[in-house]
Design a binder for this molecule. Structure first.
Ligand code: DGL
Length: 262
């Protein structure tokens, strides 16, 4: 496919489902004149327990769909897809700016030197080389604990952001941290910021919470600026919502998740 980048074209943002909306909020906040196309692959969510190859294939299909919409850049607003497919997609589409989120381990370790930092992410994110490299860079400067939470994205996909069942589900994982307080928690999956309040409450008032959305937004702005791809428009930008799920309420839920306080 021939790729022609137009500075007034939209920016494609993708996730395995609804999670990437937590990133889209930051992107649209930092770049209010840009137009966005958000693609949630809810029909195939969750990605987090799938093989690397399958995650790559699913992500690549979404990138193809976004390119057909004329996007000038793609933000992989999914840590899982970034880890499993980011480098390969960059090699495959060298002319396309691709910005990929990663767990905010760096700011967490810097804010909690020598402390106890828990990285919550999917199984795939925590097993991939991208995270291993991040860990090598930061381990020794804090106690870093990896904790996958399979099953959590499903709560967010159905809009269940606080409930006794959700609290019980999280407690089941957090019991293994109960021996000592946690100083910092990294929300290394873009679905998790939607349940940030519950996670913070369960881990205690001392815990500092980090996610990668703001860093990703700044990275996107830098990339667009350096490629002369920032929009020339001074009008408020728009968001086009796409979702692979046949269920009609997914678009309504997407819009709701974009505006609620988290
Ligand atoms: N939102 C995705 C991420 O950031 C994960 C959810 C999933 O397992 O699909 O990793």
């Amino acid at each position: 496919m021939e790729i022609r980048l137009d500075c007034d074209g939209p920016i494609g943002v993708m996730d395995s489902g609804m999670g990437g909306i937590s990133v889209l909020r930051e992107l649209a906040g930092l770049l209010p004149h840009e137009n966005f196309v958000f693609y949630g692959d809810s029909a195939n969510a969750p990605y987090g327990s799938r093989s690397t190859e399958k995650i790559y294939q699913l992500t690549e299909q979404v990138v193809q769909k976004l390119l057909k919409r004329g996007v000038k850049a793609v933000v992989i607003a999914c840590n899982t897809a970034s880890s499993a497919a980011g480098a390969r997609l960059r090699a495959e589409y060298p002319e396309l700016p691709i910005v990929a989120i990663e767990p905010a381990l760096k700011p967490a370790v810097i804010a909690c030197p020598g402390g106890r930092v828990v990285v919550l992410a999917t199984e795939a994110t925590l097993r991939e080389r991208k995270f291993a490299r991040l860990l090598t860079e930061w381990q020794g400067k804090a106690e870093i604990i990896k904790l996958p939470l399979p099953g959590l994205p499903e709560f967010v996909e159905r809009g269940e952001l606080d409930s006794p069942q959700l609290r019980e589900f999280l407690q089941g994982f957090f019991v293994q941290l109960a021996d000592r307080p946690v100083d910092g928690v990294v929300l290394g999956c873009t679905h998790y910021p939607f349940v940030r309040k519950v996670i913070a409450e369960l881990l205690g008032p001392q815990v500092k919470v980090f996610d990668g959305a703001a860093g990703t937004a700044r990275q996107l702005r830098r990339r667009l600026y350096s490629r002369r791809l920032l929009t020339t428009s001074q009008q408020p930008g728009s968001i086009q919502w796409l979702n692979s799920s046949p269920e009609p309420e997914m678009i309504e839920l997407s819009k709701k998740l974009f505006t609620i306080t988290i």
